[in-house]
Ligand binder design. Structure first.
Ligand SMILES: Nc1ncnc2c1ncn2[C@@H]1O[C@H](COP(=O)(O)OP(=O)(O)OP(=O)(O)O)[C@@H](O)[C@H]1O
Ligand SMILES: O=C(O)[C@H](O)COP(=O)(O)O
Length: 398
């Protein structure tokens, strides 16, 4: 039995007003949605509830408006894409509470889908203000949260509502929680984590939590330079947070105490310019030229990463191994991603990945679909990997 109620626990919902919190915080350029992934993820929940005859009322935030309503942050920009992805009419209302919302809800027929305006147009949303939460709750009989990627926020629409209405996890929330449980909650061992990306400073909590939870931690990307420098190795002009040497040492000590192997690059691909096609060479990590920077881990390191993936039953991944946006410094990330996908397809590995750049890197490698689960959440995925309790998830727990 799931640790939280899901749509499977909902019976006889025809005619019921179901408030569904979704994450429609999608990228928009020149007034058009440029990536509909998040809408596609919540579509199954919306359509399932609509098919069961519920009046489906969507609640979402969009951007970070500071001073109340503004056209730039209006969900009316996103509504046409929601309609397109759902292939179903989507009604809209000019507010998420008050008369505008109430009259739009009153006009709904069973199975209709209504998108209310940006919840963050009201200050009460981010304050989780009880009066605002009550005003939202007035339009619903049931609350379904399908916005894992906003679950690290204790806001009225992500947390507060669950105290006012019977609360259930939507299909995407359910899938995300089940995948994350397999990744770190109750994983099959050995568990290997790959953490890369630019800086240690943004991922200290993540690294500190992981060394206690996984059997091996592979560190790549720019952040590996900080660990290598902390060991006393010269990293030339590489991206490196020298002031975090003590933090890196402490993480290595904690890993040793917990029995977690730390895997650092043995070689690197160095260049003198941060640009696509820059002249480059492979060097041992102990011999980085003083005027060069490491932009990717080298072939020996890739072999070591693959060997760890081969040993692993579970892989969690956040952050690319190199500057994957500029070729040829995408090579290690692409090779490791493809190998993890191959092992997953062969049924040997459970692979869970998340993070904005990580998802782009897996898409670039052409294997995002082949991982066991790729999270569309940014901050929420990281906080979950850091071992923090997510308020929007905690409140759904049975
Ligand atoms: N050796 C390197 N030198 C400089 N930059 C690097 C290096 N390796 C990786 N990067 C950069 O790290 C960035 C990705 O790191 P980040 O930590 O942001 O990933 P993420 O956690 O998946 O993404 P997000 O923060 O968007 O969720 C990329 O822009 C990449 O170019
Ligand atoms: O885009 C996201 O990660 C979520 O929608 C949360 O948005 P926020 O960081 O503005 O709360």
């Amino acid at each position: 039995m799931a640790a939280f109620k899901t749509i499977d626990d909902l019976n006889d919902i025809a005619g019921k007003r179901v408030l569904v919190r979704v994450d429609l915080n999608v990228p928009v350029k020149d007034g058009k949605v440029t990536d509909t992934t998040r809408i596609e993820r919540v579509a199954p929940t919306i359509l399932e509830l609509s098919e069961k005859g519920a009046k489906v009322i969507l609640l979402a935030h969009f951007g970070r408006p500071k001073d109340g309503p503004s056209p730039e942050f209006s969900l009316s920009l996103v509504a046409p894409s929601v309609e397109q992805v759902l292939d179903h009419a989507v009604l809209t209302a000019s507010d998420c509470i008050g008369e505008a919302a109430a009259s739009a809800v009153a006009k709904m027929n069973n199975g209709d889908i209504l998108l209310l305006e940006n919840t963050r147009f009201h200050k009460g949303e981010e304050k989780n203000d009880p009066d605002f939460t009550k005003a939202l709750a007035a339009n619903g009989d049931i609350y379904v949260n399908d916005a894992f990627s906003a679950a690290h926020r204790a806001h009225s629409s992500t947390e507060g509502l669950a105290h006012h209405l019977p609360a259930y996890a939507g299909r995407t929330m359910q899938a995300e929680l089940e995948a994350l449980e397999k990744g770190l909650g109750n994983p099959v061992r050995p568990v290997v984590a790959i953490v890369g990306g630019a800086k240690v400073s943004t991922k200290i909590d993540l690294l500190t939590n992981l060394v206690k939870r996984v059997d091996a931690l592979v560190i790549g990307g720019g952040m590996a330079n900080t660990f290598i420098a902390a060991r006393g190795t010269n990293v030339g002009k590489s991206l490196c947070e020298h002031d975090l040497a003590d933090t890196a040492k402490q993480i290595m000590i904690e890993a040793a105490t917990a029995g977690c192997a730390i895997v650092l690059p043995e070689d690197g691909v160095v260049a003198r310019e941060f640009k696509a096609g820059a002249a480059n060479e492979i060097v041992s990590i102990e011999a980085i030229p003083g005027d060069a920077m490491v932009l990717d881990v080298g072939p020996k390191s890739v072999d070591a990463v693959k060997a760890w993936i081969e040993r692993a039953a579970t892989l969690v991944w956040n952050g690319p191994l190199g500057a994957f946006e500029i070729e040829p410094f995408d090579a290690a990330t692409v090779a490791a991603a493809r190998y993890a996908a191959e092992r997953t397809k062969a049924g040997k590995l459970t692979s869970v990945a998340g993070g904005g750049d990580t998802v782009s890197a897996l898409n670039h490698a052409g294997v995002a679909e082949e991982f066991t689960y790729v999270s569309t959440a940014g901050g929420a995925f990281l906080e979950w990997m850091e071992g923090k309790e997510l308020p929007g998830v905690a409140v759904l727990s049975r």
